[in-house]
Ligand binder design. Structure first.
Ligand code: GSH
Length: 204
C-alpha cells in the first residue's frame, strides 16, 4: 500500500498523513510536485482521472481517491484508535461534523484559493471579486464554529479526537498559509486549535 501525495501546503494529503500517524502506521508516500504539475501527468491521471492527490494504491493495484474514503479504508484495516466513531450515534455525529467542516470552512477557503490567490492565477480563470467575497463567508463560518466550541467540549464531535478534528485542523492551517486569518478573535477555536496542534500527529 502506498500514498500518492504532496507536501505542504496541500491540505488533503496532510489529512491522510495525520490520520496514519494517529493510527501509528507507516504509510509510504510518493511525493508528486504540484507546481510541476506531476498530478496532471498521464501516469497520475491513470490513478485518478481528476488529477488530484491523495490517491491510495493498494498492493493489488486498486486505487482509492478522495481523502475521507482513503481514511475510512485505513480505519477498517486498523480500527484502533477509532477515529470515525464506535457506534451508530458516534459515526453519525462525526460524519456530520466532517461534512460541516468541508462545506462551511473548506468551500470558502478553496474558492478564495482558486479565485483570489496569486499562486493559482496562472492555472485557472479567476473571478477575483467572487474569490475575495469568500473572506467574509469564511469569517462567518469561523464565528459559528467558535460559538459551537464554547460549550467547552474538547474536540469537534465530543470528548475524543476524530477525523472531524483532522478535517478542521488541515483546512484552518491551509487558510492561514494562504493569507486568510481564520482564528482572529476566536478564543474557543484558538484553544481547540492549540489542543489539536499539540498532538504529535499534527506535525505530519
Ligand atoms: N475531494 C478531494 C480533493 C483533493 C484535492 O483537491 N487535492 C488537491 C491537493 S490538496 C489537488 O490535488 N489539487 C489539484 C487539482 O485539483 O487539480 C479529496 O478529498 O481528496
Amino acid at each position: 500500500m502506498k500514498l500518492y501525495s504532496a507536501n505542504l501546503p496541500a491540505p488533503n494529503p496532510r489529512r491522510v498523513r495525520i490520520f496514519a500517524a494517529e493510527k501509528g502506521i507507516a504509510l509510504p508516500e510518493v511525493m508528486l510536485s504540484l507546481p510541476e504539475r506531476e498530478h496532471k501527468s498521464a501516469d497520475h491521471l491513470g490513478r485518478n482521472s481528476l488529477g488530484q492527490v491523495p490517491v491510495l494504491e493498494l498492493d493489488d493495484g486498486t486505487t482509492i481517491c478522495e481523502t475521507i474514503a482513503i481514511c475510512r479504508y485505513i480505519d477498517e484495516q486498523h480500527p484502533e484508535p477509532p477515529l470515525f466513531g464506535g457506534n451508530a450515534k458516534e459515526r453519525a455525529v462525526i460524519d456530520m461534523w466532517t461534512r460541516r467542516i468541508d462545506i462551511q470552512l473548506g468551500e470558502p477557503t478553496k474558492m478564495f484559493w482558486r479565485h483570489a490567490h496569486p499562486a493559482t492565477a496562472a492555472l485557472i480563470e479567476q473571478h477575483k471579486v467572487f474569490g475575495e467575497s469568500n473572506r467574509a463567508v469564511l469569517a462567518r463560518a469561523m464565528q459559528w464554529l467558535d460559538t459551537e466550541l464554547m460549550d467547552r467540549r474538547s474536540f469537534l464531535a465530543g470528548d475524543s479526537f476524530t477525523i472531524a478534528d483532522i478535517a478542521a485542523l488541515t483546512v484552518i492551517d491551509f487558510a492561514v498559509l494562504i493569507g486568510l486569518d481564520p482564528m482572529a478573535g476566536k478564543s474557543a477555536v484558538t484553544d481547540w486549535h492549540a489542543r489539536v496542534s499539540s498532538r504529535p500527529s499534527a506535525s505530519s
